[in-house]
Design a binder for this molecule. Structure first.
Ligand code: DX5
Ligand code: ZN
Length: 230
C-alpha cells in the first residue's frame, strides 16, 4: 500500500446485501472502488452489532484492493490481533473507545496492520498531537457512529481543515465517514480529505445482479470530490 493523497472511494459494506458479501465486494471492486470499508460494531460502544473476526476473515479472499476495518468497539485492545489475523490491512480504533489509545495504536502496528485513529463528531483534534507519529490514517466521523444512512454533520468540515493543517507533510490519510454524497464529498475533499467512505450513496439503486449503478455512484462521488480539489 503506497501513500498518496488522491481521492479514494471506500464503500461501506454495511449497506450491502448481508446474504451476499463475497459477491457484493467483488461487484464494488469491479465497479471501481479503491478500498473496502468494514464497519465493526459491538452493541456497546455503538448501538448496533455487526461483524466478528470470523466474518471479516470470510470477506478477506474477496478483497483485492484494501480492507479497511473500522472498529467501533470498546474494549478494543483484546480484539486487535484477531482482526489483524482476519486480514485487515488497516485497523481504525476510536479515541473515545480506549482509555490508553497510545497503547491501542501501538498494538495495531505491532499486529502488522496500518493504524487508524477514528474521532466522533463531538471530539476535537487537540488530543491527537502525541499520536500523529503512530497513525497512518485519521478517520473523522461525519455522523455519530452506529448506522448507515444518517445525515452529514457540517461542523466537521472545519475540523478536517484544521486536521489537514496539523498533519502537514506527514503520510497520514484523512478519511471521512458518514453521510457522504455527491453534495458532501466536494466539501470534504476541498477541506483536505482523501478517503471518502460511502455506504448508502454507493449501494443505492444497484445489486449483485445489476451492479452498474454501483459504478455510476462511485464515479459520480469521485468526480464531485476531484472537481473540488482542482
Ligand atoms: C457509521 C459507519 C459508516 C456508515 C456509512 O457508523 O461507520 O461507515 O455506515 O454509511 P453512509 O454512507 O450511509 O452514511
Ligand atoms: Zn465506518
Amino acid at each position: 500500500m503506497s501513500f498518496d493523497r488522491s481521492i479514494k472511494i471506500a464503500p461501506s459494506i454495511l449497506s450491502a446485501d448481508f446474504a451476499n458479501f463475497g459477491a457484493e465486494i467483488q461487484a464494488i471492486e469491479a465497479q471501481g472502488c479503491d478500498w473496502v470499508h468494514v464497519d465493526v460494531m459491538d452493541g456497546h460502544f455503538v448501538p448496533n452489532l455487526t461483524f466478528g473476526p470470523p466474518a471479516v476473515k470470510a470477506f478477506r479472499p474477496h478483497v483485492k484492493t484494501v480492507m479497511d476495518v473500522h472498529l467501533m468497539i470498546s474494549p478494543v485492545d483484546a480484539y486487535i490481533d484477531a482482526y489483524a489475523d482476519a486480514g485487515a490491512d488497516i485497523i481504525s480504533a476510536h479515541l473515545e473507545a480506549s482509555p490508553h489509545i497510545h497503547r491501542t495504536l501501538q498494538a495495531i502496528r505491532g499486529a502488522g496492520a496500518k493504524a487508524g485513529l477514528a474521532l466522533n463528531p463531538g471530539t476535537g483534534i487537540d488530543d491527537i498531537d502525541y499520536l500523529l507519529d503512530m497513525v497512518d490514517l485519521v478517520c473523522v466521523m461525519t455522523v455519530n457512529p452506529g448506522f448507515g444512512g444518517q445525515k452529514f454533520i457540517h461542523s466537521q468540515i472545519e475540523k478536517v481543515r484544521q486536521l489537514r493543517a496539523k498533519i502537514g507533510d506527514r503520510p497520514i490519510h484523512i478519511e471521512i465517514d458518514g453521510g457522504i454524497t455527491t453534495e458532501t464529498a466536494p466539501l470534504m475533499a476541498a477541506a483536505g480529505a482523501d478517503v471518502l467512505v460511502a455506504g448508502s450513496a454507493v449501494f443505492t439503486g444497484g445489486s449483485v445482479a445489476n451492479p452498474a449503478p454501483y459504478g455510476e455512484n462511485i464515479r459520480a462521488i469521485r468526480a464531485a470530490a476531484q472537481a473540488a480539489t482542482n
